[in-house]
Design a protein around this ligand. Structure first.
Ligand code: ADE
Length: 239
């Protein structure tokens, strides 16, 4: 996968060179290029914003530099991602869909947002997804891009050493993951649940399933309500 990110604060994206996303770049699973939007401005002040038509607070990003950036970066099959609080809600399912793309372009807006014509024009030549991390407002799209790309890159083939991690983790089954424990078996008077040390894999699987159901009911009852009817067996219904 190739990912191009456009921002007026390219340094914000530096963490993509670290940790496992950095390693995924080194291994060739993904190529990431970060571009400064201002390279597509032509005035001495390298202007990227202006006041909104119709009035209102703040500034809006002008369409011209974005148009030129997309002219330079778009290729057949590219998908444009635009992080915005006005977008479709990001989810593990969306991360899985995006992990199947060949080329992503991420347009990080600042201020109040990007002139809508940029998105409308881009939609004429590529797939466009406006995506929101959740119901809150950030200063700009950069942090959202980091979150989205980390969730996507870890799903690419060969990036996680143990592909089983993807099967058991929170949200892959529609439920939150059961609590996790490691050594020591007793810490500050708190013992690891006996079942996890029993070596009885069927009992362990049942316990984890119950804990996942209880946690999901407590923290995210909305997820339980969304589960397909056949996702719960009779034993689950007893929990
Ligand atoms: N930009 C500003 N707020 C955002 C949010 N909640 N999600 C994605 N991008 C954003």
């Amino acid at each position: 996968m190739r990912i191009d990110i456009v921002s007026i604060f390219p340094d914000y994206l530096a963490p993509l060179g670290l940790s496992l996303v950095g390693r995924a770049q080194q291994s060739g699973a993904v190529t990431v290029a970060v571009h400064d939007l201002r390279q597509w401005t032509h005035d001495v002040h390298r202007t990227v914003d202006d006041s909104p038509y119709g009035g209102g607070p703040g500034m809006v990003m002008r369409p011209e530099p974005w148009g030129e950036a997309l002219d330079a970066l778009a290729e057949p099959g590219s998908r444009l991602l635009v992080p915005t609080p006005a977008g479709e809600r990001f989810s593990q399912r969306m991360a899985q869909r995006l992990a199947g793309e060949e080329r992503l372009i991420v347009a990080c807006g600042r201020y109040e947002g990007i002139d809508q014509r940029v998105i409308d024009h881009a939609a004429g030549r590529m797939s466009v997804t406006e995506v929101s991390l959740g119901d809150y407002v950030l200063f700009g799209g950069e942090v959202a891009a980091l979150v989205i790309l980390e969730a996507v890159v870890r799903l690419l083939p060969g990036v996680l050493g143990n592909a089983d991690s993807l099967v058991e983790e929170s949200h892959s089954s529609g439920l939150l993951e059961a609590p996790l424990y490691t050594k020591p078996a007793s810490w500050r008077g708190l013992a690891v649940p006996e079942v996890l040390r029993s070596g009885d894999h069927a009992r362990i699987a049942r316990w984890r399933r119950e804990q996942a159901l209880l946690r999901t009911a407590t923290h995210r009852p909305d997820l339980l309500a969304e589960l397909p009817a056949d996702a719960l067996d009779p034993r689950d219904r007893e929990v």
